[in-house]
Write a protein that binds this ligand. Structure first.
Ligand code: GLN
Length: 284
């Protein structure tokens, strides 16, 4: 079959669901992943044919996309901070907004320092691993309540050749003897009432426990993390949070009830309130 014909079928079947541009990007990702072809190959070889035995994989991916399965689940990995992460139904797919949060940390720390860092609700491990990759002298740990997520996170640390200690704990009820220079978290924050705004690929295929909180108490995890951080950050230690874009002021107000200074709310690349940094009060 001609590769151009296969591309035409992808567009015919999927453009209405995803839009032309996104379908092109899916198609090229799949031809790269499954057929080992570079993106520009069609431009220089418009009559390139693919082998008969290579067709079923591409058509299986097409059906999965029609059912809203995330492209990252189909190819089994996602890109984050220029690294590859294994993903699956038990962890949230790393998001570009979360990468912005990690870059904020990296911009605000001494990269050579021996920092103690804790990621609360680590999921795929992308935040902890992203930090460990750039902060060579840091001691990075990540906790999650899901054993299945921790398995994925450990695999991702190996895959990306970093040393991160991942362990099972409940961020709402976590006791530790340790104190940290940086605590970071991207906890569940989508309210049930926001479900109707979400894409089917997220709603059907990503873990509910990583995404949703009740309408009545949407900041439950922020309260838990803030409580822990107010006791376990070193003086001048920093807390970084990814947040619900509709709850920026509320999340800042919650943090203000704890022992923090300099609460800073930032927008993501889409212009939505998305992340907060705050500093533990240094007075004893
Ligand atoms: N940003 C994610 C989404 O909208 C949610 C991440 C989270 O709940 N922590 O799908």
């Amino acid at each position: 079959m001609l590769l151009s014909e296969l591309k035409r079928i992808f567009h015919k079947e999927l453009d209405a669901l995803y839009g032309k541009e996104e379908v092109s990007s899916f198609f090229y990702l799949l031809t790269e992943e499954y057929l080992g072809l570079e993106r520009f190959v069609l431009a220089i070889q418009p009559d390139l044919r693919i082998q008969k035995n290579e067709e079923p994989k591409m058509f299986a991916a097409l059906s999965a996309l029609k059912e809203h399965r995330p492209i990252q689940h189909i190819i089994g990995s996602a890109q984050f901070m220029d690294m590859e992460f294994k993903v699956g139904p038990k962890v949230l797919i790393p998001r570009p907004e979360t990468e912005e949060l990690v870059r904020w940390v990296l911009a605000d720390v001494d990269k050579q320092a021996n920092l103690d860092i804790l990621d609360m609700g680590t999921g795929s491990g992308c935040i902890a691993i992203g930090l460990a990759k750039s902060l060579k002298n840091a001691n990075v740990q990540g906790l999650d309540i899901s054993e299945e997520a921790l398995e994925v996170a450990r695999e991702n640390a190996l895959k990306n050749e970093v040393d991160v200690h991942f362990f099972k704990a409940d961020m709402l009820d976590f006791y530790s003897e340790l104190s940290f220079d940086i605590i970071i978290s991207n906890p569940p924050y989508v309210r049930e009432l926001e479900k109707n705004k979400m894409n089917k690929n997220v709603l059907f295929f990503e873990p509910e426990s990583a995404l949703f909180v009740s309408n009545e108490d949407p900041l439950i995890f922020y309260r838990g993390v803030a409580r822990f951080a107010s006791k376990h950050l070193k003086p001048n230690g920093m807390l970084f949070l990814e947040i619900n874009q509709y709850l920026g002021p509320e999340t800042c107000a919650l943090l203000d009830t704890f022992d923090f200074n300099a609460i800073e709310l930032r927008k993501d690349m889409y212009g939505n309130d998305r992340m907060i940094k705050t500093i533990k009060n240094s007075q004893l």
